[in-house]
Ligand binder design. Sequence first.
Ligand SMILES: *[C@@H]1O[C@H](CO)[C@@H](O)[C@H](O)[C@H]1NC(C)=O
Ligand SMILES: *[C@@H]1O[C@H](CO)[C@@H](O)[C@H](O)[C@H]1NC(C)=O
Ligand SMILES: *[C@@H]1O[C@H](CO)[C@@H](O)[C@H](O)[C@H]1NC(C)=O
Ligand SMILES: *[C@@H]1O[C@H](CO)[C@@H](O)[C@H](O)[C@H]1NC(C)=O
Ligand SMILES: *[C@@H]1O[C@H](CO)[C@@H](O)[C@H](O)[C@H]1NC(C)=O
Ligand SMILES: *[C@@H]1O[C@H](CO)[C@@H](O)[C@H](O)[C@H]1NC(C)=O
Ligand SMILES: *[C@@H]1O[C@H](CO)[C@@H](O)[C@H](O)[C@H]1NC(C)=O
Ligand SMILES: *[C@@H]1O[C@H](CO)[C@@H](O)[C@H](O)[C@H]1NC(C)=O
Ligand SMILES: *[C@@H]1O[C@H](CO)[C@@H](O)[C@H](O)[C@H]1NC(C)=O
Ligand SMILES: *[C@@H]1O[C@H](CO)[C@@H](O)[C@H](O)[C@H]1NC(C)=O
Length: 443
Amino acid sequence: MLLYVACFAACLAALCSAQELNFNQTWNLTTVLSNQAQLTQFTTHLNAYPALFSTLANANVTILAPSNEAWSKYSGDDGHSANDTAFLESLLSYHIVKGVYPSVVLKEDVKFLPTLLGPGQFANVTGGLHLGAYPAEGNVVFETGLKERSGLVTADIAYTADNISVVGIVHIVNEVFRIPIAEVTTVTDVGLNDVAALQLTQPVDQKLVGFLGLESDWTMFAPKAAKGAFPSTDAESFAIQEYHFIKGQVLFSYNFTDRREVTTVNGKNLTFYVAPNGTRYVNDAMIVDSDYLISTGVFHVIDTALDPRIEDARPSYLNATDSSSTGQPASSSSAGLSSGAKVGIGVSVTIVILAILGVTAFFLLRRRKRRTGPPSELPATATKAGGWREMHQMSDDKHPQEMQGANSVHEIHSEGRSGRGEMEGSSEGTRSRYGGSQPYEMQ
Ligand SMILES: *[C@@H]1O[C@H](CO)[C@@H](O)[C@H](O)[C@H]1NC(C)=O
Ligand SMILES: *[C@@H]1O[C@H](CO)[C@@H](O)[C@H](O)[C@H]1NC(C)=O
Ligand SMILES: *[C@@H]1O[C@H](CO)[C@@H](O)[C@H](O)[C@H]1NC(C)=O
Ligand SMILES: *[C@@H]1O[C@H](CO)[C@@H](O)[C@H](O)[C@H]1NC(C)=O
Ligand SMILES: *[C@@H]1O[C@H](CO)[C@@H](O)[C@H](O)[C@H]1NC(C)=O
Ligand SMILES: *[C@@H]1O[C@H](CO)[C@@H](O)[C@H](O)[C@H]1NC(C)=O
Ligand SMILES: *[C@@H]1O[C@H](CO)[C@@H](O)[C@H](O)[C@H]1NC(C)=O
Ligand SMILES: *[C@@H]1O[C@H](CO)[C@@H](O)[C@H](O)[C@H]1NC(C)=O
Ligand SMILES: *[C@@H]1O[C@H](CO)[C@@H](O)[C@H](O)[C@H]1NC(C)=O
Ligand SMILES: *[C@@H]1O[C@H](CO)[C@@H](O)[C@H](O)[C@H]1NC(C)=O
């Protein structure tokens, strides 16, 4: 019921934000976009791809449309400019989330949402490359490649497919997203130099070549300090490396439920633990920074390397409180996070129906009373909001200054927090961050 009321309000607010519409018209994508002064650039770009436009016009998607201001700041991404047509189509696809997510649902909890950017030149995640949506100070922040963030400036502009049976939603965001890039480039950019160095050593483990290339659906654990943890013989080294990789599953932090086991490329299992305070572990290693999106899946930073020879290694907090091996249920903190999981098909379908009810109600309302006020728009999200920082603390109590947030990407060992502009500047043009830079083509 609460969801109904909230969604109803959101849908209503959404409709109000597109002003001066002639209500004899259908609220399709064309009419909604043409009534948004902030979206002329986005609309121009989208119009260049009729097939993509038609997919969106059929609704059941959430369009995260960068504002004109966002496009004017955008200088392309690593050698790809916005006039590179193959790149731009992929870039636009990465701004389209499958399913309908009004802001009220995005504000509930952290979600990693699949986009229309499917396997191809820029990504290889079955079902579509993900982006992160985090609640932040009453609003929503989106997180993309290299943990870059984009705020929600205008939420919940609803439209329908032409037969009005399906709803879509447009949210206006204040940055053009960055498509997640190859893992090896990301670990380098994040400052995990030991991992990067290890992956560049020869010979390369043949079982991991696919990960380092473009095979789909991987989860990796990247130790902060790998130096010394890896033995010198290739066989031993490979066995340990393989213990850090899960193939065929993209596991985000909310998938790490207490005592869940997953099988690694090595063949041995890893076990996840969630401490009562919500800190997550994989075997005895603490997950200090999670959910780095990469073109083939995701990786998480752990404090120490995993050792397949001690498969039953457990976090030390269990020594004091739980010496038996019987599992304790996860804490409320972890339950809160994993509820991100709960938004599924059911909710989306319900929302579609509720949104249609909202549309109908608004039509009725509109007939009785003409709107006089300004369009109702949500306030811009400050991209440097403090709430963001807190969010990242969920998995990071050890190195709060070093490992948090997007701004630390290039300066992981410094206290400084640089802005997006700086970050772009420092990575721009130095190398291709997609296939071309991959050192693994050498064999
Ligand atoms: C729909 O169009 C007709 C004729 O143009 C007009 O009389 C009527 O007021 C319009 N209805 C609304 C809700 O705008
Ligand atoms: C949207 O509706 C308008 C007016 O009803 C119509 O002219 C236009 O063709 C529609 N656009 C699409 C993409 O269906
Ligand atoms: C409405 O349109 C959508 C997309 O255009 C289509 O998938 C759906 O089957 C249509 N529904 C009806 C009842 O015509
Ligand atoms: C594409 O954009 C770049 C700068 O962003 C410009 O130098 C180049 O001339 C443009 N190419 C075309 C074909 O418009
Ligand atoms: C809407 O999209 C979601 C996610 O892709 C899908 O599960 C659902 O079946 C779709 N619903 C409709 C009515 O097409
Ligand atoms: C994506 O991964 C699949 C196997 O997982 C592979 O067959 C395909 O070639 C990859 N795509 C690209 C573009 O590398
Ligand atoms: C390893 O984990 C899988 C689930 O991912 C489970 O089915 C299997 O029983 C586990 N194996 C061992 C030896 O615990
Ligand atoms: C916890 O127990 C394991 C073995 O049961 C042991 O190796 C480890 O050192 C203990 N940790 C602490 C902090 O006592
Ligand atoms: C991860 O969690 C999400 C949300 O609960 C769920 O939809 C997804 O299937 C999970 N993925 C795996 C591989 O367990
Ligand atoms: C959470 O609990 C673990 C295990 O007791 C502890 O090591 C860690 O420091 C705690 N983190 C916070 C943020 O309290």
